[in-house]
Design a protein. Structure first.
Lengths: 174, 152
């Protein structure tokens, strides 16, 4: 019985060690989205160019919703990737930007400076759309398949590789 | 000192604290809508901050969430429904505290177990009381001799 006392040490250290190791293996900024595998939020929003766009307009098409801001540095890096995806896939894919905590003047100036790829950018003045998607900070992108189901979420800037991977998940470019 | 006294005393003390805490919470008046908004805002994590609650953060997202909480409270949603509303969007991550009520009791349980363990250990490591000295055969012989001398 006296010897069993020393089993307490490994019995405590091993589970705590495994807990720490499991935490070291993942990026704490990557929060799993509960939206994956569920229907995408429905919305009708004003656009930066004065129009209106809704999820009904996108029905039957895969689409990417990209939250960005003119004050967001990494958004500059991913902008060419989004522009290429929009151009390369044409009607097969819809790319939709959403202004995250930004003004229309700053966003318009940013698009002039970095190039307007021509896809719509939604206004989200009250932040409700960002909350519906569970956005924690730009850039973040959500990939929705033709059936309206969210299939992937990209934390941080998109690269050519991550874009291709996520587009494949929503049946684009296969 | 009785051996069972330290663990029982520690257990009793912790039990009284838990009982007082539970009864004081249970006896509180129903909160006003403003109090509910404040409490819920403190329970929800600000999505674009580092370790701040929605109540503490000045960001536009935090303000937007506070506004949505107020709208949901005004619509008659329960506290659980409002928490669930944000969990379906952000996941459990949005909650600053544990969701399982039992998780709140875990620290108390650990402290209680540690206290009982420490008390038991302290009692067990005390040296046993000394045994009464066993009379040697020489001493017994002398006692017998003295008893016989007295009888004679």
């Amino acid at each position: 019985m006296r010897g069993l006392r020393w089993l307490i040490v490994p019995a405590l250290v091993i589970p705590i060690g495994l807990l720490f190791l499991s935490g070291f293996g993942r990026d704490p900024s990557e929060i799993p989205s509960p939206l994956i595998g569920r229907p995408a939020p429905e919305w009708t929003q004003a656009t930066l160019d004065g129009g209106t766009l809704s999820t009904e307009d996108l029905a039957g098409r895969p689409y990417v919703v990209n939250f960005w801001a003119s004050w967001c540095g990494p958004c500059v890096d991913e902008h060419p990737v989004l522009a290429s995806a929009s151009t390369d896939h044409g009607d097969e894919l819809a790319v939709v930007g959403v202004l995250y905590q930004d003004t229309t003047a700053d966003a318009t100036a940013w698009l002039v400076e970095h190039g307007d790829a021509g896809y719509p950018n939604l206004l989200d003045g009250d932040g409700a759309l960002a909350i519906d998607y569970g956005v924690t900070g730009p850039p973040e992108s959500y990939f929705v398949d033709a059936g309206g189901i969210v299939r992937a979420k990209q934390f941080g800037p998109l690269t050519d590789e991550s874009m291709a991977q996520h587009l494949a998940e929503i049946g684009v470019g296969e | 000192m009785k051996g069972w006294l330290p663990p029982v005393a520690i257990g009793l003390a912790v039990g009284v604290v838990v009982l007082v805490a539970v009864t004081s919470f249970a006896g509180a008046d129903a909160p006003t809508p403003i109090e509910r908004i404040e409490v819920l805002s403190r329970e929800l994590r600000c999505p674009d901050c580092q370790g701040l609650s929605v109540a503490e953060s000045p960001t536009r997202t935090a303000q937007a969430i506070r506004g949505q909480i107020a709208d949901l409270v005004a619509d008659g949603a329960s506290d659980d429904a409002i928490r669930a509303y944000f969990v379906t969007r952000y996941g459990e991550w949005i909650l600053l505290g544990p969701t399982l009520p039992l998780a709140w009791l875990l620290p108390f349980a650990v402290i209680l177990a540690a206290g009982i363990g420490l008390g038991t250990w302290l009692v067990a490591r005390r040296p046993p009381p000394p045994e009464p000295p066993v009379p040697t055969s020489e001493a017994l012989r002398r006692v017998n001799d003295e008893v016989e001398a007295m009888d004679a």
